[in-house]
Design a protein around this ligand. Structure first.
Ligand SMILES: *Cc1c(COP(=O)(O)O)cnc(C)c1O
Length: 386
């Protein structure tokens, strides 16, 4: 295994390092404080108090009430639960509107829904990764149960105009769900000002651990759980609480509130210097997604004429972690559905890589990567002409 000290981690949209302060708050709940929070003894009550505090901290990050936060096993479960609930609550409505660039947690749920004989309208994006809001509005039908649109894209970082989309949904009287997994902790969120019924977030994208997430559920709307059983989470998500992880997510939310502004400025500076240097040093490098409407930490670049897999392999050997703008399904490399949805050529998509910065990246690391990457690309381009 590669030691952490040897790597430069530029894959924060894929997962993040657990913040040491998060781990510290989690530890008692993995060691001494093992009581069941639903137990009727003081030992359990202590644990219960800690999970309640986590509700408060996540609610503070989102601008909602603590009882509007339902802890889940992650972004995927939150996305599935939101869609499931919306569809269960309006059984006469069998239509969903979503976009072509959603995470598979939403798109594959919709695909399964279609296989059950229901219908889905997938709204397209343009070359910059933006939606046509008139087209989105026109896609909402009388039998539409729910509209599901992500806040920020995990591959390109492109941000959708959530306030306007939520207003359209409110005017049309349909449920609105947003997958905000990449937005939470990277941009300010205030649900008191935004008519959203459901919002998904995930712990491990936010310096908490993997396997925990949350779903915001508007207290004014009805709800149908996906998991049924015990009365946990106000009857909205059965199963004994994943206490340590929930406590950790609470701490991560608190840290996100405290550091949001400063950290985003610092991360944006790193990302911008990264891009500016590569664009100056190399020919034929282009940014994928609207550079003016992106998360501050994400850089999706096409290195024209070079196979991204070859770059990834070389960078990996140099200890640089990033992501392919494509996914490997059943052994064959497919350009990412997001880049394809943006009408990029297969060639451009196949030469694209995603770099995502985060809390623990440093200037010194940046100095190294802006030397490693141009050198690597030049070498690969030389090989290609030989
Ligand atoms: C990572 C991610 C998810 C899935 O979250 P998990 O906690 O890994 O299940 C969903 N949506 C987006 C946009 C993501 O980036």
């Amino acid at each position: 295994m590669t030691a952490e000290s040897e790597i430069i981690y530029l894959d924060n949209n894929s997962s993040t390092r657990v913040d040491p302060e998060v781990l510290e708050e989690m530890m008692p709940f993995l060691t001494t404080h093992y009581g069941n929070p639903s137990g009727s003894h003081r030992f359990g009550a202590q644990v219960k108090a800690a999970t309640e505090r986590a509700h408060e901290r996540v609610a503070a990050l989102l601008g909602c009430e603590p009882n509007e936060v339902v802890f889940t096993s992650g972004g995927t479960e939150s996305d599935n639960t939101a869609l499931h609930s919306a569809l269960q609550m309006s059984p006469e409505r069998r239509h969903v509107v979503t976009t072509s660039v959603e995470h598979n947690a939403v798109l594959n749920y919709c695909e399964a829904f279609v296989r059950r004989g229901c219908s889905v309208t997938i709204v397209a994006v343009d070359e910059q990764g933006h939606l046509d809001l008139a087209e989105m509005e026109a896609a909402i039908r009388p039998d539409t149960a729910v509209v599901s649109v992500m806040w920020a894209n995990n591959e390109t970082g492109v941000i959708f105009p959530l306030a306007r989309i939520s207003e359209i949904c409110r005017a049309k009287g349909v449920f609105f769900h947003t997958d905000a997994v990449q937005a939470v902790g990277k941009m300010p969120i205030d649900l008191t000002k935004l008519p959203v019924h459901f919002l998904s977030l995930s712990g491990h994208k936010l310096h908490a651990c993997k396997g925990v997430g949350a779903l915001y559920v508007d207290r004014k709307s009805r709800f149908q759980p996906l998991l049924v059983g015990g009365p946990q989470e106000g009857g909205r998500r059965a199963g004994t609480d994943n206490v340590a992880s929930i406590v950790g997510l609470g701490k991560a939310a608190e840290l996100a509130i405290a550091t949001l502004e400063e950290e985003n400025t610092r991360v944006r500076t790193l990302r911008d210097r990264f891009e500016a240097t590569l664009l100056a040093e190399l020919e034929d490098v282009v940014v994928n997604g609207d550079p003016g409407m992106r998360l501050p930490n994400t850089s999706n670049l096409a290195f024209n004429g070079v196979d991204a897999q070859a770059i990834l392999l070389k960078l990996d050997r140099e200890g640089v972690c990033c992501s392919l703008g494509s996914s490997c399904t059943t052994g064959a490399v497919q350009p990412s559905h997001v880049l394809r949805a943006m009408h990029l050529t297969n060639e451009r998509a196949r030469s694209s890589l995603r770099f995502s910065f985060g809390r623990f990246n440093t200037e010194a690391e940046l100095d190294k990567v802006v030397e490693i990457i141009p050198r690597t690309i030049r070498k690969l381009r030389q090989l290609a002409v030989m």
